[in-house]
Design a protein around this ligand. Structure first.
Ligand code: SAM
Length: 304
């Protein structure tokens, strides 16, 4: 048996090296990815592209990049296939409580300020905190935000309402997110107290986020390149981390300019520290909080 052959219980798995791709083909695929997602394929990610494409092509029985490309850009079947492929071409790495500085900013500054404002409102219907996790992958970020807000409300006896909209381009990642079931190893960063409060044991190795939190989050497919067409309400907090890094500068700026339109006056935008250095917006001022990159929408006379 060839060295690359491996046995599992019933199936024979064979490693297939991806076919090589010439420069013209590579340019064509990179352009398609960039046009449709904003993602810029770095030179050192070429092997990732080839492996992802050839895995999917094998599943469909294609042995030519060009034939698969034509299939992908044609008609309804192509559009459905694109949804599947885009999941393979995007990186969904995420963790609970991934950025402690950004979460501390929310806990120490954002939530106290907002809850004092909400406390002054007479109408209970208006007492809502609306949060958007953009590029939420498999949900760890959105659930972390939900735990933070829920815990804050419990500790401060607040009876307000909050909702989290969590969007991503990958349907497969969103479907994992909606289930809210995570392997125990993925909960390492979650304080034990919060695991007790917000997770139920699903089986020996898995925990599920409690329904009370799951109900607060709406996971939806949204391409961040199409934000101007998105039907979203106004937000108090937009959390967008580890997404912009995959985009070319002009897409980053375009996306951030669109995001601002979804922020309420005094609403806060939190990005990953160091993810962008040259973006400015006339309606946004920098928030000074150690280890974070955040902006607040200036209260003024503008249409929201
Ligand atoms: C590395 S994950 C970040 C997950 C999470 N924000 C975090 O920091 O843990 C990047 C996510 O961005 C999503 N993404 C990439 N391009 C996108 C686009 N054009 N529109 C929406 N989501 C996109 C990917 O599908 C992926 O789930």
């Amino acid at each position: 048996m060839a060295a690359e052959d491996q046995h599992s219980d019933k199936t024979l798995w064979r490693y297939h090296a991806p076919a090589s791709m010439d420069r013209v083909q590579l340019a064509m695929w990179s352009e398609l990815l960039e046009k449709r997602t904003g993602i810029c394929l770095a030179e050192n990610r070429k092997s990732f592209l080839l492996t992802s494409l050839s895995t999917r092509m094998r599943e469909l029985g294609y042995d030519s990049y060009d034939a698969y490309f034509q299939y992908l850009i044609t008609g309804r079947c192509g559009a459905i296939e694109w949804e599947i492929l885009v999941d393979k071409l995007t990186v969904h790495e995420s963790r609970f409580y991934r950025d402690p500085h950004a979460l501390a900013l929310i806990q120490d500054q954002f939530l106290p300020e907002l809850s004092s404002k909400l406390g002054r409102l007479k109408n209970k219907q208006q007492k809502s905190i609306d949060i958007w996790s953009l590029g939420c992958a498999t949900g760890e970020e959105a659930y972390s935000l939900a735990m933070l807000v829920e815990d804050f409300m419990l500790n401060n006896n607040l009876d307000g309402y909050y909702s989290i909209t969590a969007t991503d381009i990958s349907s497969a990642a969103l479907s994992t997110a909606r289930k809210g079931i995570f392997h125990i190893n993925r909960l390492k960063n979650v304080p034990a107290r919060l695991i007790n409060l917000f997770f139920n044991s699903e089986d020996q190795d898995h925990y599920r986020v409690v329904e009370k939190l799951r109900r607060r989050i709406c996971f939806a497919r949204l391409n961040s390149l199409h934000l101007s067409r998105a039907r979203l309400g106004m937000m108090d907090l937009i959390y967008c981390q580890n997404v912009l890094i995959y985009f070319k500068r002009r897409y980053r700026h375009m996306m951030l300019d669109q995001i601002v339109k979804y922020l309420r006056p005094n609403g806060v935008l939190i990005l990953g520290a160091g993810e962008i250095s040259d973006w400015r917006h006339t309606e946004m001022e920098a928030v000074n909080y150690s280890g974070t990159l955040a902006f607040k929408r200036i209260q003024g006379e503008f249409q929201s």
